[in-house]
Ligand binder design. Structure first.
Ligand SMILES: [Fe+2]
Ligand SMILES: [Fe+2]
Length: 442
């Protein structure tokens, strides 16, 4: 592949503050929300300032979920930011995704939802014509997929897998045929092609294999199709997670999926990606810089991660609320335990003896930390570490539950080893990192 260098920023989920979000409903939602909604504009502005400051990198790619939930005003504000990049000599390429169109947009205000102007799916390509669609050398009308000549000898196949009227996260036969034509044409024209697609093509962590919305439908078929037609890497988002994965097709061709987190909430990363003269693909991860808000003495990263850990715990507590009769009683017992028990106390309850490292920590805090680690990539709980031993110990105590659940989760009769799948999810054993990695391309 010819040398290329670009920034990758995804899932910016921008909400324009002219819509005046706030009030009780908004604050309640923020307790479990991963994103920093009111701060989103300033986070994006600060990151784009950094990108503008890098005079050697003139391409920026954004694979979808540009705004919070299809609000017209959010697109207007976001477009201003993109024009700021353009005015500073950046070439910007977007695809839109499920959060970018909405016929029933609203903003949380007062004690409920206040309707606001939404965005028609059919208007999006025109709205973003200066950011990829206008210079497309091929365009697939039904899905808004396109091909752009990014630089000499390099094309980007931008696959829209989250278009209106289609099942979410789908690349159907028709779209695959269109993509095949584009990949054949690129070969004829002596161009290399990389792809972008909002949904991960490879499950970002092993456990996401079981989560329907966490990766593209029929992902092995799609990954093989891309790899066998000369696509060596794909840039994805949607799951708000930092991960890099490799997949080998039956023919032995490799696809690398670089999945990047949402920008406006933990882990809040963006990437700089380079293919150098020796065809080395280098992926670097960057943090959100100071964005001008009072973060109570915390660095942005800590502030984002602390909030996400708390939000995960709040979601679990929320799931333990409600019910009727005995269910309500059991749930509130569980909630109370989850709220108060330490890791040491939980271990005693389950007769787990190994390692004392986390014993004094609140169990709920440990759960929050694990969740943040999974989404941040380079997950540290590998075999032999105290965290691994603790989680393995818990899974072993609940093996009778796992064995019951496994057949229900199995698709096409494939056997599932839930214990190992979960342990592979909490420790990166891939041989390369999720945040900073290098691969030699063909
Ligand atoms: Fe998203
Ligand atoms: Fe998404």
């Amino acid at each position: 592949m010819n040398p290329i260098r670009f920034y990758l920023v995804t899932d910016t989920h921008y909400l324009n503050n002219v819509l005046e979000p706030g009030g009780e409903a908004f604050e309640k939602n923020m307790i479990t929300e991963q994103f920093f909604v009111k701060e989103s504009g300033d986070i994006i502005h600060a990151v784009f300032d950094k990108i503008i400051g890098d005079k050697e990198t003139d391409i920026v790619i954004l694979p979808g979920d540009l705004v919070k939930n299809g609000e017209k005003e959010s697109h207007n504000g976001f477009l201003k930011e993109l024009y700021r990049l353009k005015d500073n000599d950046k070439k910007v390429y977007v695809i839109t995704a499920g959060h970018d169109y909405n016929d029933n947009a609203y903003v949380l205000k007062g004690d409920g939802r206040a309707p606001v102007a939404g965005t028609d799916y059919n208007d999006l390509c025109d709205m973003y014509r200066d950011f990829g669609y206008g210079e497309a050398i091929a365009f697939d009308e039904p899905t808004h997929s396109y091909v752009a000549q990014i630089t000499e000898g390099v094309r980007m196949l931008a696959i829209h897998c989250d278009s209106k009227g289609q099942p979410k996260g789908t690349i159907d036969e028709r779209l695959m045929n269109w993509a095949k034509q584009q990949l054949d044409k690129a070969k004829e024209d002596n161009c290399s092609v990389f792809a972008t697609c909002h949904y991960p093509v490879i499950p970002p962590v092993p456990a996401f294999e079981l989560v329907g919305d966490a990766k593209i439908k029929d992902w092995r078929k799609i990954a093989s199709f891309l790899a066998d037609n000369g696509v060596e890497f794909v840039l994805t988002g949607h799951m708000h997670i930092q991960s890099i994965n490799e997949f080998y097709s039956e023919k032995g061709n490799r696809l690398i999926d670089v999945c990047t987190s949402a920008l406006v909430g933990s882990p809040a990363k963006y990437r700089k990606i380079t293919v150098d003269d020796n065809s080395v693909l280098k992926v670097e991860t960057l943090d959100v810089p100071d964005f001008g808000w009072d973060l109570k003495g915390f660095a942005p990263q800590e502030y984002f991660d602390n909030h996400f850990a708390t939000a995960v715990v709040a979601r679990i507590k929320g799931a333990l609320d409600g019910g009727e009769g005995i269910v309500k009683h059991l749930k509130s017992f569980g909630r109370n335990r989850f709220d108060n028990i330490t890791v040491g106390g939980f271990k005693r309850l389950l007769h787990i003896k190994k390692d004392k490292e986390f014993d004094k920590k609140k169990f709920s805090d440990f759960v929050g930390e694990v969740a943040v680690s999974i989404f941040s990539g380079d997950i540290p709980y590998i075999e032999g570490t105290p965290g691994y031993n603790l989680i393995a110990g818990i899974l072993d105590r609940f093996s009778f539950v796992l064995k019951k659940v496994e057949p229900k989760l199995s698709k096409n009769g494939e056997s599932i080893d839930l214990r190992n799948m979960l342990l592979d999810t909490i420790g990166n054993n891939k041989g390369f990192l999720d945040n900073n990695a290098e691969f030699i391309l063909k």
